[in-house]
Structure formats: structure tokens, C-alpha cells
Design a protein around this ligand. Structure first.
Ligand code: CTP
Length: 401
């Protein structure tokens, strides 16, 4: 897909800039022509001479190129029009913010504003910068312009800290672009439904029975689905998390019954549904109209069964790819397989409470993905964002198979 393409590579000032020498070689190996625009600070991290040698094109930094004999204007409009694809890697928080706001104080930014081609950006920064709401705002804004983010990965950072913010590896950037250019986004044109978070079952006007689910896994699944091009309906029980991702419609519910109604209202229209919510299996038989006053006696509350949302979706599903979660403490795989069959699922994601770092309220998770052919794939302990990407990888492979 990159063969014969004109690729304009914008390099900004982060330590990951040293990896762009490999990136240029891979792009050229894939058959592309590469021109490079470097910001002033990027040239402290990677040598323009190396990049010019590898790309076989002059490397540009300033609007004006001067030497002893001549003065040349580096025309950003021409460069922007030359490009079939623009890739900004590494993309620093500073440049991303400027791109999101139309700032135009260097050649790279002027070229970005002039480019009419698809634009990809591969962020690289320290973990707290990557998580900062203003950086996230830049990502969202750029994505809303149709620019495509090649997410950073997790690992050791130049600061010595460990976390999200490492630029995707050059081979992964090339593979991402090839895949994206070949197929568009894998979930383009598809609707996806995700349930997330706990449910609260009222006892009286001020009390409820709930659980410790944070909703994080479901929210990350929604973010990844949107990044893959889906229109996402996220039905969430009470959660402190916010959702600002373009392409995700958040429907807030409180009880299992409300979640059931919301899920059924949208299920017909979706291609994939994932039940990541920790739904209460039971609710108090009656909800007291007034706050229950304490008395000398013990309090007994009768519980009745809630409807199983996932089971009910499995009963009515037509072509939807239906995925459930199973949280188990023993005979994990066997119990998960039984649930998959009983609820008529296409796949089930197993969490074992025996795995340290997995489960409610944790930033990480360790999953085993089991499909309806009972093929089992176990993953390492990862951040929930990475786990969400793994789950979608498995789903996308199967719905496109
Ligand atoms: N689920 C649901 N509605 C319910 C209960 C569970 O949609 N009322 C979904 C969850 O979102 C999750 C899966 O079913 O995808 C989890 O089921 P599980 O953990 O097995 O709970 P139960 O089916 O209630 O089984 P048990 O508690 O006996 O393990």
C-alpha cells in the first residue's frame, strides 16, 4: 500500500526522533518516496545529514534555505500538495497542541495546514504528559479533523519512568499505515454496543447495593472501538470516569433494569456488543419509599433475581458478534467455556481473580480470550488500554475472517 506513495515525514523534538532513521529505511523499503521536514529542536535528536542520506532528499527545517550563493523559499504549499500521506513521528505534545489549534510558527506546521492528504501522527512523550487532559484534548481534536492517531505504547520511557507514551516502533507504524490505507479503519461504518461499570440496586431513596467495578475496562474498549472507526454506544452504570472521545455516545444508567432496557433499545442496530459491565445479579425485592429508619432489630432484605442482560441478548442475536466477560476464582477456563455456550456468545473474555493485577479497580488486567470454537488465547498482564486493543484485535480478526 505504500509502494509508489509520496510520504512527507514530519519529525518533532523528542528523543524518539532517533528511531526515525529506521522508519525512513522501512518506508523506502516498502516502496515509498520520502521527504522530511524537521523542527528546529528535532535536529538536536537526529542528524539532518543522516536523514537526507537515507531519504535521498534534502531535509527541510526553515521557510528559507540560504547558502553562500543563493536563497531558496521552501514552499510549504507545494510540499503539502506533493504528499500522498503525511506522517508526524514522533509527535510531541507541543506540536500536537499547535496542530490542534492551527498555530503555524514553523515549516512543519505550515506544511501540515497545507496538506490535503491523510495525516497520521505517532505521539511520543512522558507518561504524565500523555495522560494530561490538554494532550487528550489535542488527540480528540485532531481525530475529529480526520487525522489518524497511531497510539503510543507502554514501556520504559527516556525519563526512567515506566508507562504509556513510547512512540510506536517504526515497524508497527509502517504496519499500521499499510493496514489503514488498505482497508480504511477496521470498524468503519459499524455500530458497537458496550456495557460498562457497576449497577446500583436501590434499597431506599438513599441506599443501594453495588460493587467495586470502576468501568475502566468498558471505557477503554469504547475508546479503542472509536479509534478503529466504530460508532460506539457506551451504556455505563455509575462511574467517576468521563468520556469525551469523538464517536462514543455515553448513556448513563443506574440499575440492571435500566441497563437491560438501554441495551435492548440499541442491540438491533449494532454489529458487535461487548458486555463488560459488572451487573448486579440480584436487587432488593421492594424499594422503600422513605429512608428506612434503624430499629432495635436486625434488618433483613429480600433479593430477587435481575434479568441477565447478556443471556437475553444471546437469545435474540442475529448477526451480532456478542462478547461477554467472566470473572472466576476457580476452574476458570471450564466455567468461562460453559458461560460462553450457555449465553450463546461468540467469545468470552476471562479474568481470573487468581491473577495478581487483574480485576476491579486496577489499572491493569490479565485476560484469556476464548472464542466459540473454544480456541483459547492467554495474554500477559497489561494496562487496560492495551488489553482493550488486544480484545478488539481478536474481535476484528474474527468479524473480517
Ligand atoms: N451479565 C449481564 N447481566 C447480568 C449478569 C451478568 O449482562 N445480570 C454479563 C456481564 O456483563 C458479563 C457476564 O454476564 O459479561 C458475566 O457473567 P458472570 O460473571 O458469569 O456472572 P453470572 O452470569 O451472574 O455468573 P456467576 O456470578 O454465577 O459466575
Amino acid at each position: 500500500m505504500l509502494s509508489g506513495k509520496n510520504i512527507l515525514l514530519g519529525i518533532t523534538g523528542g528523543i524518539a526522533a532517533y528511531k526515525t532513521t529506521f522508519l525512513v529505511r522501512l518506508l523506502i523499503k516498502a516502496g515509498a518516496q520520502v521527504k522530511i521536514v524537521l523542527t528546529e529542536s528535532a535536529s538536536s535528536f537526529v542528524s539532518p545529514l543522516t536523514l537526507a542520506t537515507l531519504s535521498k532528499n534534502p531535509v527541510l527545517t526553515n521557510f528559507v534555505h540560504e547558502d553562500a550563493n543563493s536563497v531558496d523559499w521552501n514552499n510549504h504549499v507545494e510540499l503539502g500538495l506533493w504528499a500522498d500521506v503525511m506522517l508526524i513521528a514522533p509527535a510531541t505534545a507541543n506540536t500536537l497542541s499547535k496542530m490542534a489549534n492551527g498555530t503555524c510558527d514553523n515549516l512543519l506546521l505550515a506544511t501540515y495546514l497545507s496538506a490535503k492528504c491523510p495525516v497520521y501522527f505517532a505521539p511520543a512523550m512522558d507518561l504524565d504528559m500523555y495522560k494530561h487532559p490538554s494532550t487528550k484534548h489535542s488527540f480528540d481534536r485532531l481525530t475529529s479533523f480526520g487525522n489518524v492517531m497511531i497510539p503510543a505504547t507502554s514501556g520504559e520511557l527516556a525519563s526512567g519512568l515506566h508507562g504509556e507514551g513510547r512512540m510506536a516502533e517504526p515497524e508497527d507504524i509502517v504496519a499500521f499505515m499499510q493496514n489503514h490505507l488498505a482497508t480504511g479503519l477496521p470498524l468503519s461504518g459499524k455500530k458497537v454496543l458496550i456495557t460498562a461499570g457497576p449497577t446500583y440496586e436501590a434499597i431506599d431513596p438513599v441506599r443501594f447495593v453495588g460493587n467495586h467495578s470502576s468501568g475502566k475496562m468498558g471505557y477503554e474498549l469504547a475508546n479503542v472501538a472509536a479509534a478503529l472507526g466504530a460508532e460506539v454506544i457506551l451504556i455505563s452504570g455509575p462511574s467517576h470516569l468521563t468520556m469525551n472521545t469523538t464517536g462514543v455516545k455515553l448513556i448513563k444508567v443506574v440499575s440492571a433494569d435500566e441497563m437491560y432496557d438501554a441495551a435492548h433499545a440499541h442491540f438491533d442496530a449494532v454489529a458487535v456488543a461487548i458486555a463488560a459491565a459488572a451487573v448486579a445479579d440480584y436487587r432488593p425485592k421492594t424499594i422503600a419509599d422513605q429512608k428506612i429508619k434503624k430499629s432495635e432489630n436486625d434488618l433483613n432484605i429480600s433479593f430477587i433475581k435481575n434479568k441477565d442482560i447478556l443471556l437475553s441478548l444471546g437469545e435474540i442475536k442475529k448477526n451480532q458478534f456478542l462478547v461477554g466477560f467472566a470473572l472466576e476464582t476457580e476452574n476458570e477456563v471450564e466455567y468461562a467455556k460453559k458461560k460462553l455456550i450457555k449465553k450463546n456468545l461468540d467469545a468470552i473474555v476471562l479474568n481470573s481473580l487468581n491473577d495478581a493485577g487483574a480485576g476491579f479497580g486496577k489499572p491493569t488486567n490479565k485476560i484469556t480470550f476464548i472464542d466459540k470454537n473454544l480456541t483459547i488465547k492467554a495474554f500477559e498482564l497489561k494496562t487496560k488500554a492495551e488489553v482493550a486493543a488486544d480484545i478488539w484485535g481478536e474481535i476484528v480478526n474474527r468479524i473480517h475472517a
